[in-house]
Design a binder for this molecule. Structure first.
Ligand code: NAP
Length: 252
């Protein structure tokens, strides 16, 4: 299937590791130009080298998302480099364990800043460019928005808001031909997931317990499987799909 993404420009937040990295690699494979936005300097540099060594294009922007004006700068730099933006993948986030008892009003607000507000900010600053390109948006949410997890109010609230924004933006942007979809992963063995697992004394047992409950194949979802679905949703091959929440989780 030709996804017709050649030379199209996509900003991927948190694009240097885990799910974001898989999305970036899939975009590059399709001949698109991923813009890797991340704070991890080394991981982003390694990824950029890998992509360029295969003769593909990409741009790295090192930025701490959540800082004021960060997202405006990302959009400005992308436009000054390529003159267009064809899509945004809002992906950067951290399950930061800001719970009711373990957190505080200040840490809850901070959690919304690192997990939610940059999803809005990036699209806010890019929206006129997306109108010009009839672009697409994919928000990476989480099952915690729908199941809860316990002890992570800021993250769960952010993930739920991302699903609401997916529907809200799909309505606002439909007249401009811009599609907006969400992906809901559950269990993907990324660096973030590994650091969450490491908080348990019996991490291996915990992982086995989780995996045994995943109906399709009793295995974790691969980052590449999230990447493939995301890139399909960014492409015109999914031209009549908007406002949807896609569960990529082995039937979990
Ligand atoms: P990951 O392995 O930590 O990769 C995310 C990347 O984004 C890292 O390079 C991280 O840098 C960067 N990043 C995070 N916050 C940032 C910020 N404020 N500014 C700049 N860069 C930032 O995470 P992942 O597991 O791939 O998760 C990606 C998305 O999927 C998240 O939205 C997460 O909620 C969602 N998700 C994941 C799972 C799962 O099972 N893994 C399940 C449900 C939902 P650092 O390494 O420095 O933090």
């Amino acid at each position: 299937m030709d996804l017709k993404l050649s030379n199209k420009v996509f900003i991927v937040s948190g694009g240097a590791k885990g799910i974001g990295e898989a999305i970036v690699l899939e975009l590059a494979k399709e001949g698109a130009i991923p813009v890797i936005v991340d704070r991890s300097v080394e991981a982003a540099a390694n990824l950029e080298n890998q992509i360029k060594s295969e003769g593909k294009k990409c741009l790295t922007i090192i930025q701490e998302l959540g800082r004021e004006d960060a997202c405006k700068g990302i959009v400005d730099q992308t436009i000054s480099t390529y003159g267009r933006i064809d899509g945004i993948v809002n992906n950067a986030g951290v399950n930061d364990s800001v719970g009711l008892s373990s957190g505080s009003p200040a840490s809850f607000r901070q959690s919304l800043t690192i997990n939610l507000t940059h999803y809005y900010d990036l699209v806010h600053y890019a929206v006129d460019h997306l109108k010009s390109s009839k672009g697409a948006i994919v928000n990476i949410s989480s099952k915690t928005a729908l199941t809860g997890q316990g002890g992570t109010s800021g993250y769960a609230a952010s993930k739920g808001a991302q699903l609401a924004l997916t529907r809200e933006w799909a309505v606002e942007l439909a007249p401009f031909g811009i599609r907006v979809n969400a992906i809901i992963p559950a269990e993907v063995l990324t660096p973030l997931y590994k650091s969450w697992l490491a908080t348990f004394e019996n991490a291996e047992e915990k992982l086995e317990g989780i995996v045994s409950k995943i109906p399709l194949g009793q295995r974790m979802t691969k980052s590449e499987e999230i990447g493939a679905m995301t890139v399909f949703l960014l492409s015109e091959r999914s031209a009549h799909t908007t406002g949807q929440w896609h569960f990529i989780d082995g039937g979990y």
